[in-house]
Design a protein around this ligand. Structure first.
Ligand code: ATP
Ligand code: MG
Length: 570
């Protein structure tokens, strides 16, 4: 492709909404153009990269036995009513009406449509199992679209859906997808980790996310360097951290109410009472669609709200307003406690079970209880794991210590089970003639997000450093002074030879100053570069270099193509 005939415009300007480097570089290097918040045009240069990724994804999906189809973006509301998600999906679901005032959605995902298709075609165990996939445009009205293609509102996703007769068949499909995802991210040369993920309100028995390691990632992940345990913090467990004091003999002492004027944070109360925050029990009051709930956690720890959400089986959960806390506890925020708390279900984190003589709020302004003891002062029946795991916590699987890092979730695979097949009546008949709901899995992979993540991981101060498999072009051929007849002739010859060899080459034949061409070359980050300039050509040489190390190798024009092929590993 000749740059003069291509459509690629770079810019120095960093858009002010571009917080992360991949977003900045995707705009500056002419890959994407914003049309509205979270909605982008994929410009030709960006589209080439997305297409390379899609080719890798298709290759690996096909190799894993999945079959491609393409479903509509617009879906009738009836299917969403049937699955129950018309009510539950919330504001991320873009709802639209046609001219007859009938309700539709712009699909954020395709469980409903695929299950509807399959229930109408498949009746017998003999037709199972199979796995259908597509690469298609989704719309999610994200509350905070940001980071360019990483969290868009309209975005491309590869989504696959497997259907089988039993759990063993789902295990096989799940394993095939897991392995295919590993091959895809390896083929893209990404530094990634697979982690255990929360199955949340979707339920099901297992779920894993694929995280591209990056400091700007929106997900927090823990990993054990000793045994390899890795999980999204939303899901992560730790060995129960017993309060240090719990192991010591502490006979219960008399419950006492103490004045703690104006002390409502854990730190303030701990300092004021001269006790470790580990001996305080924090009581948090949350609002859910089922009413208020109280959660207890050790003073120095945070609550994992996803665990809490799952525990109470609710969709929405948020810290209760000052007013509601007051109504429930009789005290301002900061003084709630389990002693005497009525009409609010209480759940406590396992790690505080062993505490004795601890401190809680007294459900009274400016007062706390000291020497609170389980059983005598508070009789709790509901204990579970609620702690938000963090770096330095003990690994739940071995005696190692967890490390915290950030990641970009590029893929998510899920054992769905019968959630959608039951709701939509997607059944098959077994050998004995009995009906069962099909067992499903679903497997998502973000196309735009993966390319953005690749840039997040592969750049330097001058621009993108493409991993070759995702690079829009493999080779950039620069004619430094195209008005020079010898330069022009040599560059044209090299261009023709490279094309003949099937190399993806962008030929910078523009009438621009060398400085502009070099700056652009660094910014757009094509892996291999050949530079043809009057000066080196006078010595019978052209320059071959790699974007990654920028080391220059002078070679005779006749050897340049061979050198390039070698660099490309062909
Ligand atoms: P997140 O927690 O980041 O919102 P999700 O759990 O909602 O992701 P899934 O429903 O599992 O995402 O979607 C599958 C894949 O689609 C994700 O792993 C991600 O790569 C991609 N994806 C999801 N939401 C977006 C988005 N708003 N923009 C771009 N890609 C997205
Ligand atoms: Mg989401």
């Amino acid at each position: 492709m000749r740059w003069s005939r291509f459509y690629l415009y770079t810019t120095r300007e960093v858009p002010n909404d571009a917080e992360v480097i991949s977003h900045q570089l995707m705009v500056r290097a002419g890959l994407i153009k914003k049309v509205a918040a979270g909605i982008y045009t994929y410009l030709p240069f960006g589209w080439r990269s997305l297409q390379k990724l899609m080719a890798i994804v298709r290759r690996e999906m096909n190799a894993a036995g999945a079959v491609e189809l393409s479903m509509p973006a617009i879906q009738p509301a009836e299917l969403w009513v049937e699955s129950g998600r018309w009510q539950r999906y919330g504001k991320e679901l873009l709802r639209i009406k046609d001219r007859h005032e009938r309700d539709f959605v712009f699909g954020p995902t395709h469980e409903e449509v695929i299950t509807d298709t399959v229930r109408r075609d498949v009746k017998s165990y003999r037709q199972l199992p199979f796995n259908l996939y597509q690469i298609q445009t989704k719309f999610r009205d994200e509350i905070r679209p940001r980071f360019g293609l990483m969290r868009g509102r309209e975005f491309l996703m590869k989504d696959a859906y497997s259907f089988g007769a039993d759990a063993a068949s789902l295990d096989q499909d799940y394993e095939a997808m897991r392995a295919a995802y590993c091959r895809i991210f390896e083929a893209c040369q990404l530094d990634y980790t697979m982690v255990e993920a929360d199955t949340g309100t979707i339920g099901g028995s297992a779920s894993h996310e694929f995280m591209v390691v990056a400091d700007t990632g929106e997900s927090a992940v823990v990993r054990c360097p000793s045994c390899g345990y890795a999980a999204n913090v939303e899901k992560a467990e730790t060995r129960t951290v017993e309060a240090a004091a719990a192991t010591e003999a502490h006979p219960p002492q008399a419950l006492e109410e103490v004045a703690t004027p104006g002390k409502h944070t854990i730190e303030e109360v701990a300092r004021f009472l001269k006790v470790s925050p580990k001996r305080l029990v924090k009581t948090l009051i949350y609002e859910t669609e089922k009413g208020l709930v109280a959660a207890l956690i050790r003073g120095d720890r945070e609550i994992n709200e996803v665990k809490l959400l799952n525990h109470f089986d609710v969709e929405h959960l948020a810290l209760a307003s000052e007013e509601k806390v007051r109504a429930a506890t009789g005290a301002p925020v900061g003084f709630a406690g389990p002693v005497g708390l009525k009409d609010v279900p209480i759940v406590a984190d396992e790690s505080i079970r062993g505490l004795t003589n601890f401190v809680t709020g007294a459900n009274k302004g400016d007062a706390h209880y000291v020497n609170v003891n389980w059983g005598r002062d508070v009789d709790l029946a509901d204990w579970t794991d609620l702690v938000l795991v963090t770096g330095g916590d003990p690994c739940p699987r071995c005696d190692g210590t967890l490390e915290l890092f950030r990641g970009i979730e590029v893929g998510h695979i899920f054992k769905l089970g019968t959630k959608y097949s039951e709701k939509l009546g997607c059944n098959f008949t077994d050998e004995e003639g009995n009906d069962h709901p099909m067992i499903m899995g679903c497997y998502g992979l973000g196309i735009g997000r993966t390319v953005a993540a690749a840039i997040e991981q592969n750049h330097d101060k001058d621009g993108i450093v493409w991993p070759r498999p995702l690079a829009p072009f493999e080779v950039l051929l620069i004619a430094l002074n195209p008005e020079d007849a010898e330069v022009k002739r040599t560059a044209e010859e090299l261009y023709a030879q490279l094309q003949e060899k099937g190399v993806d080459v962008l030929f910078d034949d523009r009438d621009e100053r060398p400085g502009v061409k070099f700056k652009d070359a660094d910014l757009i980050g094509i892996p291999v570069r050949i530079t043809v300039g009057a000066k080196s050509l006078a010595d019978g040489k052209v320059e071959v270099s790699l974007r990654r190390d920028r080391e220059k190798r002078l070679v005779a024009p006749g050897e340049a193509v061979g050198k390039v092929m070698e660099s490309l590993g062909r």
